[in-house]
Ligand binder design. Structure first.
Ligand code: ZN
Ligand code: ZN
Ligand code: ZN
Length: 1162
């Protein structure tokens, strides 16, 4: 037998089905107060249809609602049955050319890599298959839900904006026409009325905040005591917690509880109990009690009156109904947009659209996605209202983002996520920048949410609370918005755009200023740090901003006025950051070779230093752009070049590079892994473009504006090597004193690093603006060097190249010029191989090589040369000339201090026994000499009549050193080293240098009649050698090749072994790489001279033992008076040698407790 309730419901259902849409609509057409009539109808019927039983039955509810509630509205709108009315509207409609299909989660989307304006422009599958892009390079992704198809949007595609389905009829005029002309006056008036009422109703009921009351005009005469206990979704509590709590609170089975929890997660809310107020209130209090703790807020639960829940359910239905009705006609869509954006009685922010957006974070998930979809199918599909909506969105931007940051729902459920649809439309973005000052608003909003600062006003992430970290993660999406706004660059600049862009640029500089110098670190001496400091947040910020920083520069590059202004602003901010960089520092004077310079006393190893210098780096970027533009040469007076203080410009980037060198030299081991990670990311392909690369550029800028001798002295001082090179014979004294092995090695590594830096400063001129190259030269060079290591598969190569904001590397356009593609054999992958003719461009000291890559590349290139039966020298490649602004940089190679450094190191190598030096030090000096020779040769080759070659390196290295030490000339030392038996590997390089030297000498003689300074030493010409010698050499060569072949085989076997035992070797390799070869010069005592016993017993020096600390990885001698270090011991009882295993041994000594790690001094 049916229950009473069921019988009652059946009776209601019957009465509902007797409703006639025509009758009701007829009544409405006569009504004087239509709103009241409609509301009365809703007030009466909605609670009768929706939420009649604890378990909702949406299909049935919707069916009845369609019949009783929506059909009359449709009838009213069409003036007839909608079954006939809607098709008529559809026929009269001239559909828009926009596809606008809204993607579901997991639906495939396609973007054309050739034609899309940015990677956010996508097509649905149907449109893609019907478009020209199917034959282009495309990218397929699956949608996370929320976006829509951009087919038909001429701003989204460089070419082929329409698919076949959405193609413009060629006869049609493209001009925008008012879609309302296709509707009759009556329909316009009536749809305006009904849209206004229903949209208003939906907004009002969905944003209604009282739990047991309704808006006055919907309130019923007699109110039942039926309530729902409504559970809301949050991102804090887990599924398990919710399920457990529900079982307890509403006494349901686990299966039911799972069902509730799933719906709550999907729709954002679900009623879990239905009944009288008391009954629901009871469940609520149990849930709240069970889900609150000290750290977390309880789950959100509300006891809501059933009629309110009913109206809200219908409210959602109305929104989707509106969305489907406007699908019949673009005219109706426009009317709905107009209704939505019409300002309400409360003025600003009172339109229906504004009201919905502003209560976004208060709405539950399900309600949000319904109205977001309506916005997408209405406001974003109408060209006129899209603009107006964009303005509303921008005006509310700050509020919406703040709501989003404090809300806990994922981004895709927030209205803030709509920014991608609006800001990526170039015309809208431009309009919002100029009219709404959008750039500034975004940046300011972002900064407002990162309030945690140190005393200097810089961001501070140390001791960040969990809440702040959570906020920081959410606020990062604002950077993405900034990226969207900047992603399409302007082709024309209006004065307004200039003004507003520069205003935004100011705000951006403020942001960078808060990053300049953040997370400073101090070298840890004595003790190892106890806790790894927080570093990831700062790097996350830097990484997220990388593309934005690049795009800011791209924008500046497009307009000279903007560029100059931006440059000035950036310089001003940099001076604010470091204007007083000499504050509190002792000025000191440095002098070498008769040059002297004043600087400050500052040691990276003792004072604070930071890796974050975005302001300096932005200035470096802008400086390069200026150098590329004409304005720098035509109107230099417009530039603030005279205000630049080169020592100030170079100071911080130099410190940062010195820090890297010191870390590499092992001086910062006690600072732990956080520092190692930071250095890694500083050079990493994801960050280097706006970090490491720009520091190099900044130093290049500085050197080109100052006396290179001064620069080198400051550099020596920052590397803490000034003493060594400024004091004659310092090296000798230094090594004869029994110095700690660590210190010797440290200094050697620092010298190597410093030489490497000089090589980079002179050699890295492949960014357009630094050198006379174009962008493709840059990428070509990257690829050449990657392929110099080994042939690579496409994916591997892409990974090693930096991506731009459109996720492109630019590789495809140049790869064929530098590489052959070798089709996959049986082994699987196809590989790119470097073209042989590109090998001459190989630079052993390419700045993006890691240490491991560098040594692999060196080995590979030498092997290649041997295979080609060439000598194995790897001379520096011929480089493109510098741009005029950087041209004077080459003089660093022939500066007195540079020559002094070269001479000193060569001297060490000549008298190789008395000094601590390393082969890689020498190798770098040889490379530098090679670079100087290449430079001079090039200068001579392009010399013109009136042009005097001022680059006279060959003359300078032919002269002997000055008094008092009267060392031989560099050239003479090279000749000596050529025959040194301990330098076998470098012989070919030295020979190459001497050969090039002679070639230059000849060039000079032939080009200039003026006498060239005589060279000191004599150089043996190849021809002057007698046959005997040549024969011997030939034989030796054959022997050498055989030897090398065997060695190669052996190393191949070795590598094979290493490959098989990769993990084991990983660590050993790292250690090897960091230890530069120090020549051990301790005298060797022959065994024969030792006497073990008797009166003549040899005094054997006490055995010294060195062990490695497991914490800081530092070597230390084991001595009684040495410092403490950490060793670990693990002792376990064993029965291996026991005769009686049943015997229990008492723990003899607590020290041997197996579970303890013992720390003791040695
Ligand atoms: Zn489409
Ligand atoms: Zn299409
Ligand atoms: Zn295409």
């Amino acid at each position: 037998m049916a229950s009473e309730l069921e019988l009652e419901m059946q009776a209601i259902d019957r009465s509902l089905l007797e409703c006639s849409a025509e009758e009701i609509a007829g009544k409405w057409l006569q009504a004087t107060d239509l709103t009241r009539e409609v509301y009365q109808h809703l007030a009466h019927y909605v609670p009768k249809i929706y939420c009649r039983s604890p378990n909702p039955c949406p299909q049935k509810e919707d069916m009845v609602a369609q019949h009783v509630l929506l059909a009359p509205m449709e009838w009213y709108l069409c003036g007839e049955d909608s079954e006939f009315g809607f098709p008529k509207l559809q026929q009269a409609n001239k559909p828009s050319h926009l596809c606008g299909r809204v993607f579901k989660v997991g639906e495939p989307t396609y973007s054309c890599r050739d034609c899309a304006v940015d990677p956010t422009c996508v097509l649905c599958m149907d449109c893609f298959l019907g478009s020209i892009h199917r034959d282009h390079r495309y990218r397929m992704t699956t949608s996370g839900g929320g976006g829509f198809c951009d087919c038909g949007d001429t701003e989204a595609w460089k070419e082929g904006p329409y698919c076949q389905k959405h193609e413009l009829n060629t006869s049609e005029i493209e001009e925008e026409e008012d879609p309302l002309v296709h509707l009759s006056e009556d329909v316009i008036a009536r749809s305006y009325n009904i849209f206004t009422i229903m949209f208003q109703y939906a907004v009002e009921i969905l944003t209604w905040e009282k739990e047991s009351e309704l808006p006055a005009d919907l309130e019923m005469v007699e109110k039942s005591d039926t309530y729902y206990c409504m559970l809301f979704n949050d991102e804090v509590h887990t599924y398990e917690q919710v399920i457990y709590t529900l079982q307890k609170a509403v006494n349901c089975t686990q299966k039911e509880a799972i069902g509730f929890a799933t719906t709550v997660d999907r729709d954002g809310r679900r009623s879990v109990r239905c009944g009288d107020f008391q009954y629901c209130e009871q469940a609520k209090s149990i849930i709240v009690r069970n889900t609150s703790s000290r750290q977390t807020k309880p789950l959100k639960v509300q006891v809501m009156h059933s009629s309110l829940v009913a109206h809200q359910s219908f409210g959602l239905k109305v929104l989707s109904w509106l969305g489907s009705v406007i699908g019949y006609s673009d005219g109706l869509r426009r009317i709905l947009c107009q209704v939505g954006l019409q300002e309400g009685p409360d003025g600003e922010n009172s339109s229906l659209v504004d009201r919905l957006m502003l209560s976004d974070s208060k709405l539950w998930k399900g309600a949000r996605s319904v109205y977001h979809q309506l916005f997408m199918s209405s406001l974003l599909m109408d060209l006129k209202y899209k603009k107006l909506f964009a303005v509303r969105f921008a005006k509310n931007y700050e509020r919406l983002q703040s709501d989003y940051v404090t809300d806990d729902h994922d981004r895709e459920f927030s209205i803030a996520d709509l920014s991608v649809q609006i800001f990526t439309v170039p015309s809208l973005a431009r309009m919002l920048i100029t009219e709404e000052n959008l750039m500034t608003i975004i940046i300011k909003t972002f900064m407002d949410h990162l309030r945690h600062r140190d005393t200097q006003g810089r961001f501070q992430f140390e001791r960040y609370t969990a809440l702040q970290a959570f906020k920081f993660r959410r606020v990062q999406s604002l950077i993405l918005d900034l990226k969207y706004v900047l992603i399409s660059k302007p082709t024309e600049w209006s004065d307004d755009l200039r003004e507003k862009f520069l205003e935004g640029f100011d705000a951006f500089l403020e942001l960078l200023k808060c990053m300049q110098g953040m997370d400073p670190i101090t070298r840890q001496v004595g003790q190892h740090i106890e806790m790894e400091p927080e570093w990831e947040a700062a790097f996350t910020l830097q990484m997220k901003l990388t593309h934005v920083i690049s795009m800011m520069q791209d924008w500046c590059a497009l307009d000279e006025k903007v560029l100059i202004e931006a440059y000035k602003k950036c310089l001003t901010v940099l001076m604010q950051c470091h204007g007083g960089f000499t504050d509190g520092e002792q000025p000191i004077t440095l002098s070498i070779c008769g040059h002297s310079v004043e600087t400050i006393r500052y040691c990276v190893s003792q004072e604070k230093v930071s890796i974050h210098l975005p302001v300096s780096r932005l200035l470096a970027g802008l400086h390069v752009l200026l150098s590329k533009s004409e304005v720098a040469y035509k109107f230099p007076e417009l530039l603030p070049l005279s205000e630049l203080s080169p020592p100030m410009l170079i100071e911080h980037p130099l410190r940062c590079l010195v820090l890297c060198a010191q870390v590499h030299a092992g001086m910062w081991r006690r600072n732990g892994f956080s520092l190692v990670n930071q250095i890694y990311y500083y050079h990493n392909v994801k960050c280097r473009r706006e970090m490491f690369d720009k520091d190099i550029v900044m130093l290049q800028t500085g050197v080109s504006m100052m006396d290179p001798n001064h620069f080198l002295m400051i550099m020596l001082s920052r590397f803490e090597l000034y003493q060594i090179f400024s004091t004659p014979d310092y090296g000798k004294r230094f090594s004869s004193e029994i110095t700690h092995k660590d210190v010797v090695q440290q200094n050697n590594t620092l010298i190597e690093e410093m030489l490497y830096l000089i090589i980079m400063l002179v050699g890295e001129r492949f960014s357009p603006g630094v050198g006379q190259v174009n962008a493709t030269d840059d990428i070509k060079r990257e690829i050449i060097h990657q392929l110099s290591i080994k042939p690579m598969a496409h994916s591997e190569l892409v990974k090693s190249l930096p991506e731009d904001e459109n996720k492109e590397t630019g590789m495809e356009s140049v790869i064929e010029a530098v590489a052959h593609f070798k089709k996959p054999g049986l082994t699987g992958r196809g590989m790119y191989e470097l073209k042989p003719e590109c090998a001459k461009e190989f630079n052993l000291y390419f700045y993006h090589f890691s240490r491991a890559e560098q040594s692999k590349a060196e080995e590979a290139q030498r092997k290649l040369k041997r295979q080609n039966r060439e000598d194995t020298a790897l001379p520096p490649p011929v480089l493109p000339p510098f741009c005029p602004l950087f041209a004077s940089l080459v003089n660093i190679l022939q500066s007195d201090v540079m020559l002094c450094i070269m001479r000193t190191i060569l001297q060490w190598a000549v008298e190789h026994n008395g000094y601590a030096w390393s082969e890689s030090m020498l190798q770098r000096v040889l490379h530098l000499i090679g670079m100087a020779l290449q430079e001079e040769k090039q200068h001579l080759e392009i010399v013109t009549e009136e042009h005097v070659v001022t680059f006279t390196f060959t003359q300078k290295i032919s002269k002997p050193g000055e008094a008092p030490n009267n060392s031989p000339s560099i050239l003479a030392m090279l000749e000596t080293l050529q025959n040194a038996p301990y330098l076998e590997v470098h012989k070919d390089m030295i020979r190459w240098i001497l050969k090039t030297f002679n070639a230059i000498k000849k060039l000079r003689e032939s080009s200039s009649p003026s006498p060239v300074a005589e060279t000191e030493g004599t150089i043996m010409e190849e021809s002057s050698r007698d046959k005997d010698k040549a024969e011997r050499k030939r034989k030796a060569e054959i022997a050498r090749l055989r030897r090398e072949k065997i060695m190669a085989q052996m190393s191949e076997m070795q590598r094979h072994f290493i490959d098989e035992n990769k993990e084991l070797f990983q660590q050993t390799l790292e250690l090897d790489a960091s230890a530069s070869a120090v020549l051990d010069n301790s005298p060797v005592v022959s065994d024969k001279t030792l006497t073990a016993l008797g009166p003549a017993q040899t005094q054997v020096p006490e055995q010294r033992q060195f062990v490695t600390c497991i914490l800081c990885q530092e070597e230390q001698e084991v001595k009684v008076e040495s410092k403490a270090m950490v060793l670990a011991a693990f002792v376990q009882r064993s029965t291996v040698l026991s005769k009686d295993r049943s015997k229990f041994i008492q723990d003899p000594d607590p020290k041997w407790n197996p579970s303890r790690t013992v720390e003791f001094p040695v």
